[in-house]
Design a protein around this ligand. Structure first.
Ligand code: FAD
Length: 294
């Protein structure tokens, strides 16, 4: 079947095309996953809406409200952005661990979260940063906390007439440290387990934490926040024993799949190990620098 390519001049034109075609068309960003899906005949859209020319989906903007990242920023651009490195370093650290140079050069943050492939590296970091998805349709706009964005394997809350425009993140609290760790068969693979931790020190005692946010990917049908683990860590002193216990609690919060790469029990065990390591690494970052860098 022939596939038509629509090249909208701006966001309004793209949203009009979304409204006109709904299920019959798909937006294309970097094309890294969508073209593979089309080649394997998993999807067969009648039209593609090319997001590449749309200026409103680009750039990184910083204001008193926080940081706003255009959906068309590639992983390479996330890594190269000094402002992201300074403000929300865990995101470029996660982007650096996405597959190969070729995929990082073309794959976008918007495509990464909309595709919602299990084991993607950006969602755990974005969850730990309390990110929100700014979504538009022709008639209106809405903001969705990323924790509510992912609904199932390769599924999100996005409706067929909507476009994810930007990812918004509030400035992390002063002194917060951010860590992302990936466990994969080879560095170019999707994560078997990916863990991001943002730790906010209480500023009163060594290892004392005011808040901890943990994002986990690859270990459940959707990337998730380890809410019970986070609650147990509030006000705790982050030492080896607390981190070990936190890892064990986190392992009870996931629902990992079994596949030819790894069984569910192994993935659960790796959640426990990588949550512990991420927390201790964040605590070290805070201690060494006198402050962290989320
Ligand atoms: C070989 C290979 C290895 C990979 N390894 C990793 C890895 O280790 N870690 C990792 O995190 N990722 C990995 N990926 C995924 C990659 O990083 C990209 O995130 C992914 O390909 C999607 O980004 P894209 O810009 O190419 O989106 P596309 O492929 O263009 O689109 C993907 C999906 O999202 C939709 N979409 C895209 N942008 C929007 C938008 N703004 N609004 C609404 N819908 C939208 C499209 O319609 C499509 O359904 C890998 C991909 C490949 C091909």
């Amino acid at each position: 079947m022939e596939c038509k390519l629509i090249r909208p001049a701006d966001l309004d034109e793209a949203l009009a095309a979304r409204e006109q075609y709904t299920h019959d068309a798909l937006p294309i960003a970097g094309g890294q996953s969508l073209l593979v899906m089309m080649r394997n005949r998993l999807v067969a859209p009648a039209a593609l809406i090319d997001l590449e020319p749309i200026e409103a989906l680009r750039g990184v903007e910083v204001s008193s409200a926080g940081i706003s990242i255009g959906a068309m920023n590639t992983c390479r651009q996330l890594i190269a952005s000094p402002v992201l490195g300074e403000e929300v370093g865990v995101l470029p650290v996660a982007a650096r661990q996405v597959s190969s140079t070729a995929v990082r050069n073309l794959g976008t943050i918007g495509g990464n979260v909309c595709h919602n492939e299990p084991g993607a590296d950006l969602p755990p970091a974005l969850l730990a940063l309390n990110a929100r998805a700014a979504v538009r349709r022709r008639a209106n706009a809405r903001e969705v906390p990323l924790a509510e964005f992912f609904t199932g394997y390769f599924e999100t809350v996005l409706e067929p007439d909507e476009i994810l425009c930007r990812i918004d993140i509030e400035h992390p609290p002063a002194g917060a440290a951010g860590v992302y760790l990936k466990h994969a068969i080879s560095p170019e693979d999707l994560a078997m387990v990916g863990v991001a931790a943002v730790v906010v020190p209480d500023g009163k005692q060594t290892g004392g934490v005011a808040e901890v946010r943990i994002g986990i990917g690859g270990a459940a049908p959707v990337p998730l926040r380890a809410a019970r683990t986070e609650a147990a860590l509030k006000g705790a002193v982050l030492d080896a024993e607390t981190a070990r216990a936190a890892g064990e609690t986190a392992a009870t919060e996931v629902d990992p799949p079994s596949d030819p790469h790894a069984g569910a029990d192994y993935r659960r065990k790796m959640v426990s190990v990588f949550v512990r390591r991420a927390l201790l690494q964040a605590a070290r970052q805070i201690e060494e620098n006198g402050h962290g860098a989320a």
